[in-house]
Design a protein around this ligand. Structure first.
Ligand SMILES: Cc1cc2nc3c(=O)[nH]c(=O)nc-3n(C[C@H](O)[C@H](O)[C@H](O)COP(=O)(O)O)c2cc1C
Ligand SMILES: CCCCCCC(=O)C(=O)O
Length: 354
């Protein structure tokens, strides 16, 4: 493909053409038969939006707030590891792209750039830090402290990955981290990062993690803590009881337990359980502005986008990632205009066909 991408699917195709097979397998792939990966997108297509007419849409704006932080749209950047596999500027380019789009970037524990350096790349932009709790709690603590000291505004505790899902594309492509790509968290725990694969990384995880650890993280944290990887409404309720300021309905882009429901299908039940107490976000399969509208209609405060941000980074670094976000914003604002909803807060269950 040579033409300028006009949607997120075009970026996906472009990245597939340009990336070496191993890194592409790692980014694109998911667990087992990839049923959940497919279902994340297909489930959006099972919902139908129901427009209302003769609403004044002259001032449509996607701007909103998430945990009190103003954002230009209810679309955030999901945490994804190893962004220097996409582009030499990695997380720093992603941070500048998110800042240009006026939204929040969530920086992974397995970033290829230190939390402080990502912050320095876009100093005024809001950003969150995603936490994997490693057996070596000192490594986790040091990264969290660095993020807090660098002004990150929230912690996102990922709870769906005590081990790597069985990622067969990685196995077939023989993917492991190439030389020259550092992951500060992994080098602090292991000394070296070259040759490590997903299973190798996740063997560093602390399998004793429970609700008590969430409570402790919340107590020790000067910033709000969200829990990412929630499927069950009862777990959402438990997360809130243990102090979470928000929950993210997510199946890790289908990369962990294959066969779990699409995130969009668990959003409604989670919103019913905790939506009156905390903000509920979701990720998985968001590829269109209309997907964002569906999530808002089911009660999400915002969505996060994972792979498409990486495809943008592969295609054109900071500019590519920024364009992915701009495409989503344009699609979302057009969708809001056609749906008859001037602001994100106007989108409700009444805008979905029964
Ligand atoms: C290549 C890749 C790396 C990821 N790394 C992380 C990570 O480090 N921490 C995390 O919590 N989730 C991680 N995720 C999951 C994303 O945060 C998110 O849940 C998922 O990508 C959303 O689905 P989508 O890719 O369909 O948008 C990763 C996903 C991908 C594709
Ligand atoms: C080889 C490093 C693997 C990091 C794992 C990050 C992650 O969450 C993922 O889904 O992949």
């Amino acid at each position: 493909m040579t033409a300028q991408p006009v949607n997120l699917h075009d970026y996906e195709a472009l990245a597939a053409e340009r990336m070496p097979p191993g890194p592409h397998a790692y980014y694109a792939g998911a667990a087992g038969d990839e049923r959940t990966l497919r279902d994340n997108q297909e489930a959006f297509a099972r919902h139908r939006l129901l427009p209302r007419c003769l609403v004044d849409v002259s001032g449509v704006s996607a701007a909103t707030t998430v945990l009190g932080t103003p954002v230009s749209m209810p679309v955030l950047v999901a945490p994804t590891a190893l962004q220097k596999l996409a582009h030499p500027d990695g997380e720093e380019a992603m941070a500048r792209a998110a800042a240009r789009a006026g939204t929040i970037m969530t920086v992974s524990t397995i970033a290829t750039t230190r939390p402080a350096d990502v912050a320095a790349a876009a100093p005024d932009a809001p950003r969150w830090f995603q936490v994997y709790v490693l057996k070596d709690r000192g490594v986790t603590r040091a990264l969290v402290d660095e993020a807090i000291d660098s002004g990150y505004r929230a912690l996102v505790l990922t709870v769906d990955a005590p081990r790597a899902g069985r990622r067969e594309r990685d196995l077939r492509a023989g993917f492991s981290v190439p030389p020259g790509i550092d992951m500060p968290a992994v080098s602090a725990a292991l000394g070296s990062t070259t040759g490590i694969d997903a299973a190798g990384f996740f063997s560093l995880m602390d399998l004793t993690l429970t609700w008590k650890d969430l409570e402790r993280l919340v107590q020790d944290s000067p910033v709000p803590v969200l829990v990412k990887g929630i499927h069950h409404p009862a777990d959402a309720d438990r997360a809130v009881e243990h102090g979470a300021a928000g929950v993210i309905v997510s199946n890790h882009g289908g990369r962990q337990l294959d066969g779990v429901p699409a995130s969009i299908d668990m959003l409604g039940p989670v919103v019913d359980a905790v939506g009156d107490r905390v903000e509920v976000l979701m990720d998985g399969g968001v590829r269109r502005g209309t997907d964002v509208l569906t999530a808002l209609a089911l009660g999400a405060r915002a969505v996060l986008v994972g792979r498409p941000m990486l495809w943008g980074l592969v295609a054109d670094g900071e500019d590519g990632a920024a364009h992915v976000l701009e495409l989503l914003r344009a699609e979302l604002e057009l969708g809001m205009t056609l749906l008859g909803t001037p602001g994100p807060g106007d989108v409700s269950a009444a805008h979905l066909a029964p």
